[in-house]
Every structure is written in C-alpha cells, then in structure tokens.
Design a protein around this ligand. Structure first.
Ligand code: PEP
Ligand code: MG
Length: 577
C-alpha cells in the first residue's frame, strides 16, 4: 500500500528509484576472552583491519572528482589522519594485551574513553570530533567482524539510480553518492544546514532529512519517490501516483532548462521595479556558478569554510588569496565578504577547541562577538578584506550584530588598519562599504539605528527566525515550528526594510527565505529590492520577479502587517500568492 513519510526537503528535485538501506551503526560488538598465546595474533588482526580501513579510505579519496569542494576531501583526510594516530591504533593494542580481549572490544573501550573526554569538554567542535571517532571505529570494527564494507562503497555502479536510506550520511558518503550516480537520499537525522545537505544542494542530488524511523518503514528495493523540495518520501506508489510524479519531474526538468534564457534578462518586475539579485557563495565552485547564472554580484560570501578542518586560524595571506580569487572570478561585480561567523552550529575544528560554547551555543560566543574577543582569529581577516578592496568593488559585512557598539568597535579597528596601510603604502579602497547582518530580533527592532550607522544591511532570516521563534535551527524535533511566515517574523522583516528605506540605506536579504520562491512575491510586496540567494535558486527567483506586478500586492502586504486575526492573515498571504 502506498505510504508517505515527511521530513525536511534540503535539496530540490524529484527522484524515483529503488531503496537501498545503508547500515552504518548497530554493529553487534561483544567482548570475548583471548587466550594468552593468541594475543599476538589478535593484535595482528587489529593491525590488519586498520591497514585495510586505511586502504578503503584511500580508494575513496582517489575517486574524488577534481570539482569536489576541498572541505569534503579534508573530512576524509581527517579520518585518514585518525587512522594513523596512536590513540586509535596503538592504545587498543595495549588494551588487548592487558585485558586479553578481542580487538573489536578493545576498540570499543578506547572509543568510549575518547568520547567520554569529548563529552566532558562540552564543546560543539568536539562533538563533531566524537562523530569522527565513531565513523572511524565503526569502519575498523566492520572489517574485523567481516561485515562487508558499507555496501554502497563497494557496490558502485550497481547502486546507480537508487535512493539511499540512512540514519545519517557522512561527507564521504555524499561523495560516493555523486560518484555512484545515486538518485536521491533520505536520512533519519540531520538538518538544513548539515554538511551533507549543503553538499547535496551543490551537487544537485535531491534529499530529504529528518525522516524519523525511515529505515523502519522502508524496505530494501522498494520503489520510492523522493520530492526534495516538498520534503516528502512516497513508498510503494500506485500507478497513478507514479504517473503524477513522473509528469511533475518532466515539467520541473523542462522548467529549469527553460530558466537559462533568463540569465541575461534584467530582474525587473512586470510593473517596472528594478531588483538586485545577488548570489550567496561558500566554496570556490560557487564563484563560477554565480557568474554562470548572471548574478549582480555576491551578496554573501560565507568565509567559515576557510576556518574549518584545521587547527590554526588562516593567515592574512590565505584570506587575501581566497578573496582575490573571488573578486577576480566576479570580474568587477561587487563582492560582499562576511567576516567570520563561526561558533554555535558552525564548527571550526581545532581553532575553537580552547573555547567553551556554554549551555546555549547559539546564544553564546559566536560571529562578531567571537571576532572582537579573539583578534588572532579576526584581525588577519579584516586586514585581508581591506587589502583586497584595492582589486575590485568589495564590501565588508558583519554577522550577528546585537548592538551598534559592536559595529563601531569593528569599524574603529578597520580605520586603524587603513591608517597603517596609508603609512606603509599598501593600496586599499578608502570608500569600502561596511554593512551588517540583521539576525537578532532586537537589532531588527532597532534597524533604523543600524541603518543610520552602517552603509548597508542584510537580513539573515536563518538566524532571525531561529531567535525570533526561539527554536534551534538544526534541531529536527522543533523544526516544525520554523516558519518564515510567522506574523512576528514578517513584522521584524518589514521593520528592517522600512528603516532602510527611510534612511536611504540599502537592505538586502541573504537568508534561505530570499531564495525560496514561495516567499518572493510577499518579500517584494514588503518592499525588499535586493535578494541574495544560492546560485541554484537565482533564476527561479528572477522568473517570479519578472512575472510580478508589485504595485498590485503592496496594499495587501500592508494589511498583512496590521491584522491580528490569523484567518485574515492567512487569507491575505494566499491572495499575495
Ligand atoms: C542567516 O542567518 O540567514 C545567514 C544568511 O547566515 P548563516 O546561515 O550563515 O548563519
Ligand atoms: Mg546567520
């Protein structure tokens, strides 16, 4: 019988294929005694398994296509390094000797020790390391237990066109999905901002995450439909449902093909309002994508990736080099570089290891707060941004501002750096604009103060919604409350846009809401004129813009902001379309 499961759609597209269940965890690891004269053989067995695990990972590493984002390869390198490290390779040897136990059990003991240490430290970065330990230990135990290596790793082309069902997927899995032409993926855990989700979007693989108990309901080889936009998984579809989705898939493919014609078209509403359509970029591969879709420029360069998978902060030269590449790739179009926004859900490996995140990391030391506390992390970046402004139209954007004073402190630091550059004949653009992100509800309420002080504002709805509705954006238990259409959220957005308009300060939106076409007409009606979206969403948003007469819906948006009746509110939103 046809059934449907719901989760969070993280990467759009419709896929139809047979299910392949990935079993990552749940290994039956038990202790058994090893006779004194068999201890050496047991140690040899462990060493052999570690070598084989290393070889498997090297084989995956070699298959990585050149176009794959560098940070993904770095994840695999991290696992390889762990397989070289004595805490995982030599410590279990001592445990086997002392306890005379089997190799799988020795690994389990060592795993528990390591994870126990991480848990005590209560640091979000270390929590990801905990996952890494689990992945690596699991890989070795699997070999020891003669479990086939993860099926999808060896099955290769046999899995082409299948839908992967897993508890969670690692970046290494994501790479294999691309390599093995996997049709789509469904995971039980994970959120919109997990690495696998981000990667799937870049690779164009449809995916739905947070589908609780997916592996309980779905059977191997069952036919599935995955709607990566709607976040729906349909099992055992009947003929009619299949026909319907095949038809929708054809229409979508045709639609996305057809959008290419919009690349060079201006983003102007049907009643003549010009709109700026910028791109959000994260990885070097996105730089080229931004140009390919004809973006007006880059409205958000998330620089966090520069800080990840490493134990020392990037140097000024590394920052400069990365920004230079972006500025050159954009060939004279404006580029907005966001200063570091690490902390909370954005782990930055060893760099933050010494910092405790507190009980509520999203409310703790992150983004601009961290930058102000840790000059060794932020100053090289600020200097590099100022320097790269000599090469093209560069703007600096500060994330997570709570107070004007935070902005003022960064501006003071930048001015001191600029004075130093003048003394030393280092070129820079003295008119480089400095703007800030409106992501904190109190900052949105006081947007006129920020609009007065800064050169531009950009609304970060991903965080603004999280803070306004008080829900952790990566917690799938409360994901259902994440609603860009919450009337309170719309009022915060409208307050910010109005403040910018009154003060003549440009206001953009660069959160995911800006790239979701369900909200494009509403945002236009609320007065938004600058959108910054992922390159893969840009043409779709432009399509809606060019088909919207904004003058017709502006009066409805004013009523949306005034009404206190939810029924009225919904009817007006519906009418805006
Ligand atoms: C946001 O919060 O909306 C945003 C664009 O920043 P990030 O998603 O990187 O936190
Ligand atoms: Mg944010």
């Amino acid at each position: 019988m046809t059934f449907s499961l719901h989760g969070v759609g993280v990467s759009r597209g419709i896929a139809i294929g047979k299910a392949h269940i990935v079993v990552h965890a749940d290994l039956d690891v038990r202790e058994y005694p090893v006779a004194p004269d068999a201890v050496d053989a047991e140690i040899a067995r462990l060493r052999e398994a570690v070598t084989q695990a290393r070889e498997n990972l090297h084989a995956i590493r070699e298959k990585i296509p050149a176009s794959t984002p560098a940070d993904i390869a770095a994840f695999i390198d991290t696992h390889l390094l762990m397989l070289e490290d004595s805490t995982l390779t030599e410590e279990p040897v001592h445990i086997i000797r002392e306890r005379r136990c089997n190799a799988e059990w020795a690994l389990k003991i060592q795993r528990d020790v390591l994870v126990g240490v991480f848990e005590l430290m209560d640091d979000p970065y270390l929590r990801t390391r905990q996952d890494d330990v689990d992945h690596v230990v699991n890989r070795i135990q699997r070999i020891l237990l003669n479990h086939a290596p993860l099926h999808h790793e060896v099955a290769g082309s046999q899995l082409s066109g299948k839908v992967l069902i897993a508890d969670d997927l690692t970046p290494a899995d994501a790479l294999l999905m691309q390599h093995n032409a996997i049709a789509a993926f469904v995971t039980e855990f994970g959120g919109q901002t997990s690495h696998t989700s981000i990667l799937a979007r870049s690779l164009g693989i449809p995916g739905v995450v947070g589908v609780h108990h997916a592996r309980r309901y779905i059977r191997e080889d069952e036919i599935l439909i995955v709607d990566g936009k709607g976040g729906v998984v349909i099992g055992e579809p009947d003929e009619q449902t299949l026909r319907h989705y095949k038809q929708r898939r054809r229409e979508q493919q045709k639609y996305y093909q057809g959008l290419k014609r919009l690349k060079a078209a201006p983003a102007v509403t049907s009643d003549g309002q010009a709109i700026d359509l910028y791109a959000n970029v994260e990885l070097p591969a996105d730089f080229e994508a931004a140009r390919r879709v004809g973006a007006t420029g880059v409205g958000l360069y998330r620089t966090e990736f520069l800080y990840m998978n490493r134990s020392v902060a990037p140097s000024e030269e590394e920052h400069f080099e990365s920004y230079r590449q972006l500025v050159e790739a954009l060939g004279g179009l404006p580029v907005t570089i966001r200063t570091l926004d690490i902390g909370a859900d954005k782990h930055a490996d060893g760099i933050l290891a010494s910092r405790t995140a507190g009980a509520n990391p999203a409310l703790g030391l992150r983004a601009v707060r961290l930058g102000l506390k840790e000059p060794s992390l932020s100053w090289p970046q600020l200097r590099a941004i100022v320097r790269v402004s000599a090469l093209g139209p560069v703007r600096m954007m500060l994330p997570m501002l709570s107070t004007i004073d935070e902005a003022r402190q960064v501006v003071d630091i930048v001015r001191t750096m600029q004075a130093d550059f003048v003394q030393n004949d280092v070129p820079f653009d003295p008119h480089m604009q400095i703007g800030g992100m409106i992501e904190v509800p109190a900052a949105a309420m006081f947007a006129d103060g920020f609009a007065r002080y800064l050169d531009f504002l950009s609304i970060g709805t991903n965080d603004l919604i999280q803070y306004a509705i008080a829900i952790d954006r990566i917690n799938d238990e409360v994901n259902y409350l994440y609603d860009p259409l919450h009337p309170g959220v719309l009022r915060l957005i409208a307050t910010t846009i109005d403040a910018g308009r009154r003060r003549g300060t440009p206001v953009a939106m660069c959160g995911e809401m800006a790239g979701d076409t369900r909200y494009t007409r509403l945002l236009l009606a609320l007065g938004l004129r600058i959108f910054s979206v992922h390159p893969s969403a840009l043409l779709e948003v432009k399509d809606v813009i060019t088909n919207t007469a904004v003058g017709d819906i502006e009066p409805l948006a004013r009523r949306v902001l005034r009404t206190s009746s939810m029924d009225r509110f919904r009817a007006l939103i519906e009418a805006i379309g």
